[in-house]
Write a protein that binds this ligand. Structure first.
Ligand code: IMP
Ligand code: MG
Length: 462
C-alpha cells in the first residue's frame, strides 16, 4: 500500500486524571478539542461520566469523546474500552438530538461489549461491593476479556450461530443462566444500530495510525484517574483498566513514542468516590454515609457557609461545604464524593507514572470562600518520613499527613485571564507547580478553571 506520509510530526496529546477521577477532564477536553483533528477514548466505559456544558446545561457523556459537538472531527472509541451497547445507543441518540457530529464517530471492532449477564455477575460478587464499583459491569467485562470469554463489538458481525455460540460459552463459563439466542439477537440489533448511526465499527488502530501519518493531531481523553489505575492505583480499590498515560498506547494501538505530550488534570482539592485510602480526607466515610445532598442555596448549606466563613467548621463540615459548592455528587451514580485537601505526594506520583508535561487545575473558584487552605506536603508514620506511596494498603492506615496552611485564595469569579487570578491563588498554583518540578523539571501549570463553562478555563500565556 502506498501512503503519503506527512513531513511534520502532529501532536498526540494525552489527557489524564491525576487523582481518583472527576478532575474535570470532560471540560478540559471540550475546550482543547477545537484545536485537534481526532479525539479518542482509550480505556474505561460507562463507569466514566464526563460532564460538559451546552448552553448552560450540564450534559454527561459516558463513552462518546467530549469533542463530539464540534463539526468535522474524527472521534474514536478505542480497543481498550468496554461498551454497554444498550447505553451506547441511547447516548448516540441523545448526542444526535443535540446536534453532535456522529458520522465522524468510529468504534473499535476490538472493544469488548458489556451484556447484561456481565453486569448481573458483578452485582452478585461481594468483592465488587467492597470496592464499591459503579455497578456497570466494568471489572467483570475486563475479567471476561482476560479469561478469553469476552465478546468484541466486531464479533457481532459474524453469522448468527457463531455469535450465539460465543454467548452460550460465556454463560456456561460464568455459571449464569440466560437465553443465549435472545441475548445474541439483542446485541446484533444494537450492533446494526451503531453501524447505521455512526461512522461505523472498524479497526480503529489502522484508522488512527493512518490519520497520524498524514499529519492529523490527536487528543486522547483519559477516563478515571491515576490512582484508580489497575496497575498503579490504590489496588484493589481501583478500576480495571490503565488510566495512566500508557493506556493511550495499548488502548488505541499506537506506539508509545507517537505521544508528544501528556497533560495531567487535578482539582484544587481532591475527591474520591468509593472505598480505599485517602490520606487528606476531610471527615470520615461514616459521616458521609449519613449525609443528605444539598444545593448551595439550601438553608442548611447557608448555615454551614456561615460556620466556614467564621472559621468554626470542623474538618467534616469543611469537606461537606466543598462537596456542596463543588456539587461533588457522582455524575454516573449520584453518590456523594469524599473530599479532601490537596496532596503533593499524590501529585508527585502522578507526575512520575504519567511523565506529565503540563497540568491544568480545575475548580479553583470552589476554594475562594474558604478562609484557610491546606496542602499535604509529606507523609509520616510514627514520626518517620514516608518517601513513597505504599503498595501495601495496611501501610496507608498509619500515615499522617504533614500540612502546610495557606490563607484562602480570594475571589476569582471575575477573573478573565490567568494573570488576573488573585495573588493568593497564583501562589497556591506556584506551590503545586514547584513541587511537581522536583520530579519533572520543565513541567508547567498551563491553565486553571474558575467555573463550569468553556470560557471559565483560563489558559496561561506560554
Ligand atoms: P468500576 O470502575 O465500576 O469497576 O469501579 C471501581 C472504582 O473506581 C470505584 O471506587 C468507582 O467509584 C471508581 N470509579 C470508576 N469510574 C470512575 C469515574 O469516572 N470517576 C470516579 N470514580 C470512578
Ligand atoms: Mg466523572
Amino acid at each position: 500500500m502506498s501512503r503519503i506520509i506527512s513531513p511534520h510530526t502532529p501532536r498526540v496529546t494525552v489527557v489524564v486524571g491525576m487523582h481518583w477521577g472527576d478532575e474535570g477532564k470532560g471540560k478540559v477536553i471540550d475546550y482543547l478539542a477545537e484545536k485537534y483533528d481526532v479525539i479518542a477514548r482509550c480505556q474505561g466505559g460507562p463507569n466514566a461520566g464526563h460532564t460538559i456544558y451546552r448552553g448552560g446545561k450540564p450534559f454527561v457523556l459516558q463513552l462518546v469523546p467530549s469533542g463530539i459537538f464540534y463539526p468535522a472531527k474524527t472521534e474514536i472509541i478505542g480497543n481498550g474500552t468496554v461498551i454497554n451497547l444498550n447505553l451506547f445507543c441511547e447516548e448516540v441518540k441523545k448526542v444526535r438530538e443535540l446536534g453532535g457530529n456522529l458520522s465522524g464517530l468510529y468504534v473499535s471492532d476490538r472493544a469488548h461489549i458489556i451484556p447484561q449477564y456481565i453486569i448481573d455477575k458483578e452485582l452478585q460478587r461481594a468483592s465488587a461491593k467492597g470496592i464499591d464499583t459503579t455497578k456497570q459491569g466494568i471489572g467483570d467485562s475486563y475479567a471476561a476479556k482476560a479469561n478469553r470469554i469476552g465478546i468484541r463489538v466486531g464479533d457481532l458481525a459474524k453469522p448468527f450461530s457463531e455469535v450465539e455460540a460465543l454467548v452460550k460459552n460465556a454463560l456456561e463459563e460464568l455459571g449464569v443462566s440466560g437465553d443465549a439466542k435472545a441475548i445474541a439477537e439483542e446485541q446484533i440489533r444494537l450492533y446494526k444500530f451503531v453501524q447505521e448511526n455512526t461512522g461505523g465499527v472498524v479497526q480503529t488502530s489502522y484508522l488512527i495510525n493512518d490519520l497520524i501519518d498524514v499529519g492529523r493531531s490527536v487528543l486522547v481523553e483519559g477516563a478515571q484517574g491515576t490512582l484508580l489505575d489497575i496497575d498503579h492505583g490504590t489496588y484493589p480499590y481501583v478500576t480495571s483498566s490503565n488510566c495512566t498515560a500508557g493506556g493511550a498506547a495499548t488502548g488505541l494501538g499506537i506506539g508509545p513514542d507517537r505521544v508528544t505530550d501528556i497533560i495531567g488534570i487535578m482539582k484544587a482539592y481532591i475527591t474520591r468516590v468509593g472505598n480505599g485510602p485517602f490520606i487528606t480526607e476531610l471527615g470520615t466515610p461514616d459521616e458521609l454515609a449519613r449525609e443528605r445532598a444539598l444545593k448551595p442555596d439550601d438553608p442548611e448549606a447557608l448555615e454551614l457557609r456561615q460556620k466556614v466563613l467564621r472559621g468554626e467548621a470542623d474538618p467534616y463540615e469543611i469537606g461537606r461545604y466543598k462537596r456542596i459548592l463543588g456539587q461533588e455528587f457522582g455524575s454516573r451514580t449520584g453518590r456523594p464524593r469524599r473530599t479532601g485537601w490537596q496532596d503533593l505526594m499524590l501529585n508527585d506520583y502522578a507526575t512520575m507514572v504519567n511523565n506529565l508535561n503540563s497540568v491544568i487545575v480545575t475548580k479553583l473558584d470552589i476554594e475562594d470562600e474558604f478562609p484557610e487552605l491546606k496542602i499535604a506536603v509529606s507523609y509520616r508514620t510514627n514520626d518517620q518520613k514516608v518517601p513513597e506511596l505504599p503498595t501495601d494498603l495496611n501501610k496507608w492506615k498509619g500515615i499522617d499527613p504533614v500540612y502546610l496552611s495557606l490563607r484562602g485564595l480570594g475571589n476569582m469569579r471575575g477573573a478573565k485571564s490567568f494573570n488576573e487570578l488573585p495573588d493568593q491563588a497564583l501562589s497556591f498554583l506556584e506551590i503545586l507547580e514547584s513541587s511537581m518540578r522536583m520530579r519533572k523539571k520543565n513541567l508547567r501549570i498551563i491553565g486553571a478553571s474558575v467555573g463550569p463553562e468553556r470560557e471559565h478555563l483560563l489558559m496561561r500565556a506560554a
